[in-house]
Write a protein that binds this ligand. Structure first.
Ligand code: NAG
Ligand code: NAG
Ligand code: NAG
Ligand code: NAG
Ligand code: NAG
Ligand code: NAG
Ligand code: NAG
Ligand code: NAG
Ligand code: NAG
Length: 826
């Protein structure tokens, strides 16, 4: 069967497309490999690159595993530069202008596995000897020879070597001798410039799996031929040519004829090269007659220099090729390329990729009838519904074995239309529609066998779930404008194993979530503030959770996630998890956020709180008892009652006048205390006292004396002790009996208890004293000196009330000032 180029005139989109949308980032790839080797992660590491350093930083911790000093003007290293860094595994010092590497500099870093000193000014490949070195990049320097130093014999672990210098244009026969016994996985050679001389056999003896050649061959295709013969002998399995022909080169003859006789070669990649259709014809013929299974064209410029386009007659041989990739094809002519070849050539193909080719119409039959094709990647083109399902093509039996189809980064719009068309692809399991302009424009009818769908980077919103099939096992909704997920919505997917919701605006992880089949969940880059135990309990089979880069609220809610959740389920832990709120913790890594278990767990709180509360109460009681808290309390009570009555009393007594502030009555047995403490203390403060015994008029009856004194005193102060009660009180019983009127003004009586006298312990006959003591405030004389101060203050204020109510306030203040003594006492 012959395939014609599509005979369609209308050009829907520009075909001349410079499409470098997927630049292969080699630096990141190779660096990642280094990180992997050293067991360190790319993020979370501080490096010293671009720090304008003129020397390697000193005081590096001995535990340093990773050191990047790239892009600093460090032109030389001392012999002991890395002294003490015995753990160093990864050293990167590119773009430093290094001129010489002292031979002994790495003797302190025996564990070095990755060394990148590319882009410097070394004039020789340095003679290093590191037994564990696996990755060594020394390309883009100034050396003029590829002569590998003899010390490389010791690099037994080396499997990734990058060499290249624009000044090195010849390869001598013995240059790679030192690598003869080293088993390299990958050798990079060249700096983009042509070689002037290549000695046949130079690379034939090294033990090599893959080679990347950044060398252009134009002047001398015999050199390329020799090189390929050597690589065949070295049993290389994969070759990558970068800029193999310069744009100015005119390719004649058949430079890749050797491919037919390279039985070990499986993979060939041609990158960043101009390719004419005339060359393509002879090249593809060679490929079909080779053992190659994989062919790649990356970033090529395609030019039809043959009048009939690309023509390939029927071939009559079984073909090994299984996988063809075109990634970024720049069409030199502003027209559709012409292909005329047998589809038999493709009959065994299982993988086909046309990315970045500017394709806007799928050539009828060319691709859709490939009998073995399992994966088709048409990403990054200009395809739309009408271009992919072109009306002039008939699709009776399309894509007989296709399982995976990527239409990512195209111009598709209608999800309902696509879902219907998918019914034609009877074996399709996986469809990628990410980065299109998909709209939800009507009911979707997905075929039952389709189980994986990616709709990432289309503006769809929460409604999208209603347009999906319950058969879906894998759903990718990255950046689709989803703001919430609910259990109700997810319960529609009983087979769901993988759900990707990265880069959305989901705020809450529903607690009633229950997706028993889910194995993998991505909710990174959302607005989630917390991940609860309840929500994850509904995902019993979860193996991977990606939930980094969310604005986590660091509080007790997150405590369980930080402490108890199995971190081996989180590949992005801990670097992508930081606190966002409260503001004081912004930027703090979740792994460093410490809340105590106690402050966050309710049952623990109550378990702990009970004994603590008991202990505190006990402690307070003990302190209260030890420090006579009861005494202070009583004093306070006294004062409060005093205050209540103060006003009334002061009005009552405003116009009355007395000779004495107080009449003091006491037993002569207590005269010692009265004379030494009470009288000096009160009289020293300006109180005038009528003191029983001292001021009694001799000869008068004791009761008259008492009455005289009481009547000329504002208050009557009894110093109560057991002695007083026994010897003196009977006089006062009589006195009260005679002067009921006075006794009613019980406020004028002040009792000072020198020792505790419980009212109930008094004999029944002292009925009045008992009742007075029960209703009357009294002051107890404390033995503690500090409490005595409070005592005096209280007493004075009681007596003071004669003068002015203001005094009362002063007294109150006085007492209050002393109250803190209570607490100090502990
Ligand atoms: C060495 O560093 C350069 C500059 O960053 C990078 O492009 C290159 O890929 C690195 N090589 C290796 C082998 O890591
Ligand atoms: C780097 O350091 C040099 C001197 O050490 C100074 O002159 C220069 O301005 C610095 N450059 C930057 C970008 O800081
Ligand atoms: C490689 O190994 C062989 C045998 O072990 C030995 O004879 C030869 O000298 C070695 N060559 C180099 C360059 O190490
Ligand atoms: C290099 O070779 C190994 C083994 O043949 C292979 O697994 C690997 O993918 C190759 N690497 C590249 C970059 O081709
Ligand atoms: C491709 O063909 C053009 C003429 O159409 C020629 O000028 C150019 O040198 C050729 N390039 C290669 C790489 O063969
Ligand atoms: C693509 O190839 C051209 C040469 O054909 C080169 O100049 C350009 O740098 C390449 N781009 C990438 C991304 O490799
Ligand atoms: C395609 O190639 C065959 C020979 O293999 C030839 O007969 C036919 O005319 C070609 N078709 C076009 C359109 O060039
Ligand atoms: C194809 O191969 C068969 C046998 O191998 C041979 O008979 C036939 O002539 C070949 N046809 C062509 C076009 O080479
Ligand atoms: C954490 O998960 C891993 C992988 O699923 C498992 O092997 C490991 O036993 C789990 N650890 C704990 C403590 O559950």
């Amino acid at each position: 069967m012959k395939l014609q180029r599509p005979s369609i005139a209308p050009v829907i989109g520009a075909i001349f497309v410079v499409a470098f949308l997927n630049p292969v980032s080699r630096a990141a790839e190779t660096d990642d490999r280094g990180f992997q080797l050293c067991g360190v992660l790319r993020r979370g590491l501080k490096d010293y690159s671009n720090h304008n350093l003129t020397a390697v930083p000193s005081h590096l911790p001995h535990s340093t595993q990773y050191l990047d000093i790239s892009y600093n003007p460090i032109h030389r290293w001392d012999a002991d530069q890395f002294f003490g860094l015995s753990q160093l595994c990864f050293l990167k010092a590119t773009h430093c202008g290094l001129r010489v590497i002292p031979p002994t500099v790495f003797k302190h870093t025996p564990g070095l596995k990755v060394l990148n000193i590319s882009h410097n000014s070394l004039s020789f490949i340095p003679a290093i000897s590191l037994k564990r070195l696996q990755v060594f990049a020394v390309d883009n320097n100034l050396y003029s020879s590829y002569k590998i130093p003899a010390s490389f014999r010791d690099l037994r672990a080396l499997d990734f070597l990058v060499l290249g210098s624009t000044a090195a244009t010849t390869v001598r026969f013995h240059d790679f001798d030192a690598l003869v016994n080293v088993s390299l996985n990958h050798l990079f050679l060249g700096a983009g410039t042509p070689w002037r001389k290549y000695d046949s056999g130079s690379l034939a003896r090294i033990n090599l799996q893959n080679i990347s050649l950044h060398v252009s061959f134009c002047e001398d295709f015999i050199m390329l031929d020799n090189l390929l013969r050597d690589l065949a002998e070295a049993r290389v399995r994969s070759i990558r040519f970068t800029s193999v022909f310069l744009d100015t080169c005119r390719v004649t003859g058949d430079p890749f004829f050797k491919l037919r006789t390279m039985p070990f070669l499986q993979r060939l990649s041609i990158e960043s090269t101009w390719i004419n259709s005339s060359f393509m014809e002879s090249f593809v013929k060679n490929v079909w007659l080779s053992s190659l299974r994989e062919l790649l064209f990356v970033n090529i410029t395609y030019n039809e220099d043959t009048a009939e386009g690309f023509q390939l007659p029927t071939i009559n041989q079984s073909i090994s090729l299984r996988s063809v990739t075109f990634n970024s094809v720049n069409h030199y002519q502003y027209k559709y390329p012409t292909f005329n070849m047998s589809s038999k050539a493709f009959s065994e193909l299982t993988y086909l990729r046309f990315s970045g080719t500017g394709m806007n119409i799928l050539p009828c039959g060319l691709i859709s009838t490939l009998p073995s094709l399992e994966m088709l990647d048409l990403s990054d083109n200009l395809l739309s519904e009408s271009g992919f399902w072109w009306f002039q093509c008939s699709y009776a039996s399309t894509f007989p074995k296709l399982q995976k189809l990527s239409l990512s980064r195209n111009r598709f719009i209608s999800l309902s239309f696509i879902s219907k068309k998918m019914q034609q692809m009877k074996t399709l399991k996986s469809l990628d529609l990410s980065f299109n302009s998909i709209h939800l424009d009507g009911a979707c009818f997905w075929p039952a066998q389709l189980t994986e769908l990616s709709l990432g980077n289309n503006n769809l919103g929460n409604a999208v779930f209603s347009y999906l099939s319950p058969n879906f096992v894998k759903i990718d909704l990255t950046k689709t404008g989803i703001t919430a997920i609910t259990q109700e919505v997810l319960s529609r997917f009983p087979k769901l194993e993988q759900l990707t919701l990265s880069f959305n605006s989901i705020q809450v992880f529903p607690e009633d979530l229950s997706v028993p089949t889910l194995l993998r969940l991505h909710v990174d880059q959302n607005a989630i503030t917390s991940v609860s135990r309840e929500a994850l309990a509904g995902l019993p089979r979860l193996q991977t959770l990606i939930a980094g880069n969310n604005p986590y609220f660091c509080s007790c809610d997150i405590h369980w996630f930080i402490t108890a959740f199995n971190k081996s389920l989180l590949p992005d832990w801990p670097f992508d998890y930081t606190c966002s709120t409260p503001p004081s913790l912004t930027g703090l890594s979740l792994s460093e956020y410490k809340t105590s278990k106690l402050s966050c767990e309710m049952w623990l709180q109550s378990v702990v709180a009970l004994p603590v509360l008991t202990a505190v109460c006990t402690a307070i009681s003990v302190i209260f008892w030890k420090c006579d808290g009861a005494w202070y309390t009583r004093m306070l009570w006294t004062w409060i009652r005093m205050k209540r009555r103060g006003k009334k009393r002061s009005n009552l007594l405003k116009n009355a006048s007395f000779d004495y502030h107080a009449f003091i009555s006491y037993s002569h047995q207590d005269s010692n205390w009265v004379d030494s403490q009470l009288v000096p203390s009160l009289e020293g403060n300006g109180f005038s006292l009528c003191v029983h015994e001292r001021d009694f008029v001799p000869g008068e009856w004791i009761l008259d004396n008492i009455i005289n004194c009481v009547e000329s005193s504002y208050k009557t102060l009894f110093v109560l002790s057991k002695h007083f009660v026994q010897s003196e009180w009977c006089n006062y019983e009589l006195f009260f009996a005679q002067h009921r009127s006075i006794s009613t003004q019980s406020d004028s009586i002040v009792f000072v208890l020198l020792e505790p006298i419980p009212p109930d312990s008094l004999p029944k006959r002292f009925l009045r004293l008992r009742s007075l003591l029960k209703q009357q405030t009294y002051l107890e004389w404390p033995s503690d000196e500090r409490k005595q101060q409070v005592f005096w203050a209280s007493l004075k204020s009681l007596l003071h009330m004669a003068d002015k109510a203001v005094v009362l306030r002063d007294a109150a203040q006085d007492i209050l000032d002393r109250i803190p003594l209570l607490t100090e006492q502990t």
